[in-house]
Unconditional design. Sequence first.
Length: 296
Amino acid sequence: MPLNTCTLFSNVLIRYIVNMTLKNKGVEIMSNNTVTPEADYIPVETIYTSKLAHLTTPVTRGPIIRVYQNYIPWFGENRNNATLLFLGKILGTDYFIHPMSDLAVGIPCNTAVVLIPSNSEGSAITAAEENDPKAQANLKAFAMAGGVLIIDMGDNLATGGYIAPGAKGTPDLLFPDPCRDVTLTHKALKHPFSRCPIQLNNNNIDMECGCSVCHGNLEQGITLPCDSTVLMTATFDNTQRAVLAEYCFGNGYVILDTLTKEFICQQPQGTGPSNILVNLFAYALCILAPRKYVNK
């Protein structure tokens, strides 16, 4: 949704509605300036799918994931946090949150997965910190050594944006039409991402309101390595274009997307785990991350 005057008004209205909805559910809205949630903070979720409710093999302590962000994406839903807690991660034990500026300092050697959430508000400062040459050198070294890097490239920046090791450029600020629909590729249907722990299909990954399911794509403004595996697409100018993809980088993996997967309208609606986030994080933590320690 381009940030013109009409959209700015709509965003303010949406923020108000979302905040009032969450407060009415008894959920405390965390400030966008909050970097580290309290250890016992678990967002209340009232709409779980049956498969989410009956996950019996949560991720146990093990692969450490570090989240680098300056604020909680979108309107304070904090669904990344809810999903990681749901998967059994323990904040301060095997799950840590850092300000974006920490990337330039270095990524601790015990890290298995690095997550960089969406720069949803289009902060030029946050983008500059992620683009910092020292930060990029550290991300490159991390992935080359076997780490798993997940970057949400979707934002509200008219120019510039996040960049990633192995890719060139940053996604243009474009919006899909239809705005809510996203599609699993044929490769995705046989890929672990779409099958564990939730069986994803084209009916449980779409946005459930009139907002865009993604901001930009991974083909316009950005070039991925030729051996990338595209897992999800959306329609831009009557053409299906990649919005979630992965590729090997050295001994590690890079996963890029432009999905608004932390937004309240992602299925199931609410502030708890979303279907896409659960499978994405489970895939990174359970399938990719352990490979870092093989043959060591």
